[in-house]
Design a protein around this ligand. Sequence first.
Ligand code: GSH
Length: 239
Amino acid sequence: MSITLFQFRPLFGLPNASPFCMKLETYLRLAGLPHTVARVNSLGKSPTHKAPFIEFGGTVMSDSGLIINHLERTHGHPVDGKLTLAQRAESLAFQRLMEEHLYWAAVYMRWVDPAGRAAWQPYMQQLLGLPSFLTPLVSRMAARGIMKTLRAQGIGRHAPEVIWQMGIADIQALAHWLGNKPWGFGETPTTFDACLASIVGNIIRTPWDNPMKTATLKHGNLVAHFERLMARCYPELAK
Ligand SMILES: N[C@@H](CCC(=O)N[C@@H](CS)C(=O)NCC(=O)O)C(=O)O
C-alpha cells in the first residue's frame, strides 16, 4: 500500500523545517517503507490541521507519533522492534521532552525572539510562499499569534532568558544521556534518533545566532549524531 507524506517544503538544507515532519520522513526512510512526499502550504486536509499527515489506502492520519505507532504495528516493528520495554519507556520519555518542551523553546527561537525576527523573515517568506510586501506584516502577526500559544502552553509566561535556559537544560540532558553512543539504543538508529536529529538539526541549522543554538553547538556529540543521521538517511543533503 503506497503512503503519501504531506509536509512543508525543505528549508535550511534540512529535509524539513518542522521537526515532526523530519522525524516522520526519517522514520519512513529507516523503516524502508516506500512513500511519496507531497508539499503543502495549507493544512486543511490534515485531521488535526497540523503537519505532518499521511494518506494510505484512502485513510488520512495525522500526528507523527501516532502515525509511527501505526506503521510499526502494521509492518512488524521494523525500527523500534529491537527495544526492550524499559528502552521503549526511555525513548518515549525523551521524545516527550523534545516534543512537548524543547520544541516550544525552539518555536520561541524561530518565530518570536525579537533578535531573530528580521533574519527569519526571508526564510518565512520562502516557506509560506508569501509576496515580499506582505512578509513583515505576516511576521508580526505570526509572532503575536504564536506568543499567545506559548503563553497557553506555559513557557511563554517566562522572561526570554528563562526560556533559553529551559531549552538549554533539555539540550544538556540529551547530550549527557547520549554520551559517546552512536545512536540512542544500540548499533542502529530508532525513532528516538529520528526525533533527536530533527530537533537538533532545526536548532543548529537556524541561520542566525541565539543562545540555544550556541549552547547546542558546544555539544559535539549532538552535532555528530545529527550529521551521522543525515549521512545515513539523507545522503543527497548531507555535507
Ligand atoms: N504532535 C504533532 C505536532 C505537529 C505540529 O505541531 N506541527 C506543526 C509544525 S512543526 C504545525 O503543523 N503547526 C501548524 C499550526 O499549529 O497551525 C505531531 O507529532 O505531528
